[in-house]
Write a protein that binds this ligand. Structure first.
Ligand code: E4P
Length: 220
C-alpha cells in the first residue's frame, strides 16, 4: 500500500521523503491556505522534492474552468494529479481530462455510488473521506470496503486513495481491505512508527550495553 502525506508543508514532506516510506502527497485549498504563501510557490517546492505523485486541487466549479485549471496544473509538473470534486461538472471534467491522459484524483467522495461514477469516468484515484464520515456517525471504513468490492467486481483500475485519515487504525483497516493508498497528516504518519515497547526495549538494550566490559586500549 502506498502512503501519502496530506499536507502542503514542504518541511514535513522533505522530512518524510528522507525516510523512504513516502509515496506521494495530497494537498487541498485548506491545507495550502495554512501555509500563507502563493499556491504555485508552494506547489513548485513540493514537486521539487521529487515526490512521484502530488495531488493539486482545482477551485473552479464549472466544467470550462475545471478544464482550464486542470490543463494548467498538468503542465506544471509531471508528478501532478489534478484533484477534482465529485459534482456533475467534476464528472464531465474528469472524463475529458482522463481521455487526454491527464491523471485525475476525484475528491470529496462520501458514497460508494459516487466512487462507482468516478471509476466510470476514468479517474486515476478516488478519494473517500473516511474521517469526515466517522464525524457524522457513519462508518468510513465500511465505505472503503464497499468501494473495494465494487471495483473488484467490475475490474475498475481506479486506485482507492483513503483520505481524511485521523488515526493509525484507519491506516490499518484500509490496508487490511486492500486500499491502494492512504493519505494522512504528519502526526498520523509519525504514529505509525511509534510503539512504547520499541522505546522501552531500546532503552533497556542501551542500558545493558553499558555493562559490557570494554577492551583496554593499547591492545594485548
Ligand atoms: C484528501 O485528499 C484531503 O485533503 C484530506 O484527506 C481531507 O482530510 P480532513 O477531513 O482531515 O480535512
Amino acid at each position: 500500500m502506498k502512503l501519502f502525506l496530506d499536507t502542503a508543508s514542504v518541511s514535513e514532506i522533505r522530512q518524510m521523503w528522507a525516510t523512504g516510506i513516502l509515496d506521494g502527497v495530497t494537498t487541498n485549498p485548506s491545507l495550502v491556505a495554512k501555509e500563507g504563501r502563493p499556491f504555485e510557490t508552494v506547489l513548485r517546492e513540493i514537486c521539487e522534492v521529487g515526490i512521484p505523485s502530488v495531488s493539486a486541487e482545482v477551485t473552479a466549479t464549472e466544467v470550462d474552468g475545471m478544464l482550464a485549471e486542470g490543463h494548467r496544473l498538468a503542465k506544471f509538473h509531471p508528478a501532478i494529479y489534478v484533484k477534482i470534486p465529485m459534482t456533475v461538472a467534476g464528472l464531465e471534467a474528469t472524463k475529458r481530462l482522463s481521455s487526454e491522459g491527464i491523471r485525475v484524483n476525484m475528491t470529496l467522495v462520501f458514497s460508494a455510488n459516487q466512487a462507482l461514477l468516478a471509476a466510470k469516468v476514468g479517474a486515476s484515484y478516488v478519494s473517500p473521506f473516511i474521517g469526515r464520515l466517522d464525524d457524522q456517525s457513519q462508518d468510513g471504513i465500511e465505505l472503503v470496503r464497499d468501494i473495494r468490492t465494487i471495483y473488484g467486481q467490475y475490474g475498475f483500475k481506479t486506485e482507492i486513495l483513503v483520505a481524511s485519515v485521523r488515526h493509525p487504525v484507519h491506516v490499518l483497516e484500509a490496508a487490511k481491505l486492500g486500499a491502494d493508498i492512504a493519505t494522512m497528516p504528519m502526526a498520523v504518519m509519525e504514529k505509525l512508527v511509534q510503539h512504547p515497547l520499541t522505546d522501552l526495549g531500546l532503552a533497556k538494550f542501551l542500558k545493558d550495553w553499558q555493562k559490557v566490559p570494554h577492551e583496554k586500549s593499547g591492545g594485548a
